[in-house]
Design a protein around this ligand. Structure first.
Ligand code: AMP
Ligand code: ZN
Ligand code: FE
Ligand code: FE
Length: 278
């Protein structure tokens, strides 16, 4: 049986393993293909591909774009996965550059706010942890943890610190799910809705939301996901079928031990269908 994991993070964003380490680990676990899907960056893809060629495992170029959807009941953060994008695409590069710069700017502001709250970490502390270009809240959380201000990473994501709407939180650069989908499609890639059953605020997306994204050009649904229940998996599979969406899946492994590489294994038929969609 050939199987794949299409949702992995490396040190290019907030993962703990380098792209090479990640691909090596996937190969040793028997995967035939993986997709690297770092937050808002494709800077780890070249290294992952080189490792894939050396080890004999297929590496699919991917990205996970963070979008904010303005719905009538409030804003929700929605993640859009992009697969098989052209890494040289000009407007993709321009938008990613803006996002990466704004992430840096946002990190500076959040560190300043934390300092005012008595959390004395510096941007240099964060920079030592964030080796890649895509700076995120997990890097700040790790800096807080290493300095002994919190005893668990998730404490940083409370309203007291950098949780959404928290005292030291700074809003991110906003792109809508529609813009994210169009950006991926424009760069020749396939746009897939990530973990519809597991949004950062604990809610999930339903059929109507997914229908709206289909109108914007969505082509796939991440049905298989480490934090989806059997019930959710079943429900999203039905929705995918109804809207004629590709079925994908992945673990969202970040290198730690909350979610393990190998916890999600999707059939190679899903990978083939994804490639045929191009
Ligand atoms: P950012 O993209 O910088 O806003 O950071 C979002 C990332 O932080 C998510 O993709 C998760 O990896 C991580 N994250 C969000 N909420 C939590 C939490 N409660 N505990 C641990 N990590 C979290
Ligand atoms: Zn992450
Ligand atoms: Fe995500
Ligand atoms: Fe992810």
């Amino acid at each position: 049986m050939m199987y794949a994991d299409l949702h992995l993070h490396s040190t290019a964003s907030d993962g703990l393993l380098t792209p090479t380490e990640l691909v090596t680990m996937a190969k040793s676990l028997g995967f035939s293909a993986v997709a690297l899907t770092d937050h808002d960056t494709i800077s780890g893809i070249a290294e992952a591909k080189t490792a894939g060629v050396a080890l004999g495992i297929e590496v699919i170029a991917g990205i996970e774009l963070s979008a904010i959807d303005d719905r009538e009941y409030g804003e929700v953060e929605v993640h859009i996965l992009g697969y098989l994008i052209d890494p040289e695409h000009k407007s993709l590069h321009e938008v990613l550059k803006l996002i990466i710069e704004s992430r840096r700017d946002r990190a500076i502001k959040m560190v300043k706010k934390l300092n005012k709250l008595g959390i004395l970490i510096s941007l240099d502390n964060v920079r030592e942890i964030a080796v890649g270009e895509s700076l995120g809240r997990p890097h700040i959380a790790r800096a807080m943890f290493e300095a002994g201000y919190i005893s668990e990473i998730r404490e940083a994501f409370s309203k007291d610190y950098i949780g959404r709407g928290g005292l030291a939180y700074v809003e991110r650069f906003k792109i809508s799910p529609r813009e994210a989908i169009e950006l991926i499609n424009g760069a020749g890639g396939v746009a897939v809705l990530a973990h519809p059953g597991y949004l950062s605020d604990g809610t999930s997306l339903g059929e109507e939301d997914i229908y709206d994204y289909c109108q914007a050009g969505l082509q796939g649904l991440e049905v298989f996901y480490s934090r989806h229940s059997q019930e959710q998996q079943c429900c999203y599979k039905k929705i995918a079928k109804k809207f004629n969406l590709l079925v994908t899946g992945g673990s969202d492994f970040h290198g730690g031990n909350e979610v393990l590489l190998g916890s999600v294994k999707i059939s190679f038929d899903n990978v083939k269908a994804l490639k045929n969609a191009i």
